[in-house]
Design a protein around this ligand. Structure first.
Ligand code: SIN
Length: 535
């Protein structure tokens, strides 16, 4: 059994910033399932939205966030995040993040993205996430109080009810996690006074995604299995513009390209977005993704195009160096020809339900970043509000932890049973895993995508049932591998998305139901909350 004061699971912006803020008074162990840079943060292109310019205002950012969230944001949380945002961005700069300098406010060049009424996105060209990850990691690596363990994949949370064999009226406390050392194959029992889920999103539940391979919904799946409240999982954000090229895996074409004038066109070069939304190419993401989906269905084309060739070639190369170089590598010179694009699963607006301090419904369990559902995004996240949410909530979670540390420190480390291997044997045919993995991702893409129907949701529920059953058997019969743990998690998250989507009989934000095309405020202007106990 390993013990630490705080166990942070995940090494993106949320996990790293939280760890840095509590390491002055607590011993932190940060586990991450692959290399430390393998996080969605590292791939983020656009930037971080905050009110930094004198031409902008908190009210404008609040209004844009609420409009994008389509009636489902928690206004108090929106106000709090937007108000605290500028300070957190300045703090990132103190941590060494080098945002692009310019005349936009705070000495920075501020970008424009869909749904924003003003330029307010601090960025490092199209490599913002990589720059943030670099700066935070270099601080974490220098810190004596933080132990970083790569190739450590959390499997399940440790609970007081299990350790004490006592259930206390729904109350439970998290005591750490079972963690698979994916190099040795051993399952470690890692206990902690406080456990923090920062595992990112779950794009890998879908066949096409902009997310890295690690995005398998581990935090949501673990929290749900442990009995925590999870919410709003029907609100899966599809990014409108993923590079369409069979060889280029999941490459995102940042929304900032449209922010700098990029226009969506069909194969004949005809702009089409105004036909679907008066805001055109800079409408919120839900509207743009639906517009592209409708356009592709109507024309039968495999993709649409994003055209920025009217901007000077030098500007394009300087502002979007990664996008330029990557597309060029795959034969598309974006200064001279339009970029073929399709929508792909990008961001989970729902997650583990938390309060204003990042606390989940299980004591001593926090969830931060994309893993959490804070109330900021409502039914559709505003572009570049995700990194913002992560740093604001990491700060608030750390403040809560500091204020309550004398109490938290008194919690005894209870004896926990080690992971039981039983008669499990090693899995000889990986096809058992890859086949189910592929089936789930295809089912989700085809049945629970951008546009949904009640009939398809019913069908997919039926089809998923035997797969879930088979995975449950595998989990007992075979020794654990990373693939098996992740498969179990994507299956749980897929089921939760379907359940949330089936229960919302209206269209709102990212959840569009052909059978119920309008809002139904009377019945559905509320979060969709699930717990294991109400399954
Ligand atoms: C992008 O650069 O388009 C992604 C940024 C975001 O998801 O907010």
């Amino acid at each position: 059994m390993f013990t630490s004061d705080v166990l942070v699971i995940g090494s993106g912006i949320a996990g790293l910033s939280f760890a840095l803020k509590v390491a002055s008074f607590a011993r932190v162990t940060l586990v991450t399932k692959k290399a430390r840079v393998d996080s969605a943060t590292n791939l983020a292109q656009g930037g971080i939205a905050a009110v930094l310019s004198s031409e902008d205002s908190l009210e404008a950012h609040i209004g844009d966030t609420l409009r994008s969230g389509d009636g489902l944001c928690n206004e108090e949380i929106v106000r709090m995040v937007v108000t605290e945002g500028p300070e957190r961005v300045r703090e990132l700069m103190e941590f060494g993040v080098r945002f692009q300098k310019g005349k936009g406010g705070a000495g920075l060049d501020l970008g424009m993205e869909g749904g924003h009424s003003c330029r307010r996105v601090a960025h490092a060209m199209d490599l913002t996430g990589r720059e943030i990850e670099r700066a935070l990691l270099s601080q974490v690596e220098r810190h004596q109080g933080i132990e970083v363990l790569e190739n450590h994949l959390a499997i399940d949370l440790l609970l007081e009810s299990k350790a004490s064999h006592r259930q206390r009226n729904g109350y439970d406390r998290c005591l750490g996690a079972y963690v698979l050392n994916t190099r040795s194959g051993e399952v470690e029992t890692r206990t902690a006074r406080l456990t923090v889920l920062c595992t990112g999103g779950c794009g890998k539940v879908y066949l096409y995604t902009t997310n890295p391979d690690i995005a398998t919904g581990d935090g949501v799946a673990m929290a749900y299995r442990a009995g925590a409240r999870v919410a709003n999982l029907e609100f899966v954000q599809f990014h409108p513009t993923c590079f369409y090229n069979p060889q280029a895996k999941n490459f995102l074409i940042s929304e900032a390209v449209r922010g700098e004038g990029g226009i969506l066109v069909d194969r004949d070069g005809r702009p089409f977005m105004k036909q679907y939304d008066p805001r055109g190419d800079l409408a919120t993401r839900d509207a743009v993704a639906r517009g592209i989906d409708a356009e592709m269905k109507e024309s039968g084309a495999d993709c649409v195009y994003l055209d920025i060739t009217h901007r000077p070639a030098e500007f394009i190369r300087e502002r979007f160096p990664t996008i330029y170089a990557t597309c060029k590598r795959f034969g598309v010179d974006i200064t001279m020809e339009p970029i073929p694009v399709v929508p792909a699963a990008h961001y989970m607006c729902g997650g583990v339900q938390v309060d204003a301090w990042g606390k989940s419904s299980i004591a001593c369990l926090l969830a931060l970043g994309e893993t959490a559902c804070t109330g900021l995004h409502g039914a559709n996240r505003l572009a570049s509000n995700s990194l913002l949410e992560a740093v604001v909530f990491a700060h608030r979670g750390a403040s809560w932890c500091r204020e309550n540390w004398s109490e938290l420190k008194k919690q005894p480390f209870l004896p926990i049973e080690d992971w039981r291997v039983g008669k499990a044997c090693s899995i000889e045919e990986n096809v058992l895993i890859s086949h189910n993995w592929d089936q789930i991702r295809r089912l989700m893409w085809n049945y629970v995508g951008i546009v949904r129907r009640e009939k398809r949701l019913k069908l997919v529920q039926r089809r998923l049932r035997p797969i879930l059953e088979e995975i449950r058997e595998h989990f007992h019969d075979y020794l654990l591998t990373a693939d098996l743990v992740e498969l179990r998690n994507i299956a749980v998250v897929a089921e939760l998305i379907i359940r949330c989507a089936s229960s919302r009989k209206e269209s709102r934000g990212l959840h569009y139901m052909v059978d119920y095309p309008g809002h139904d405020d009377a019945r559905f202007k509320r979060d969709t909350v699930l717990t294991r106990f109400e399954a």
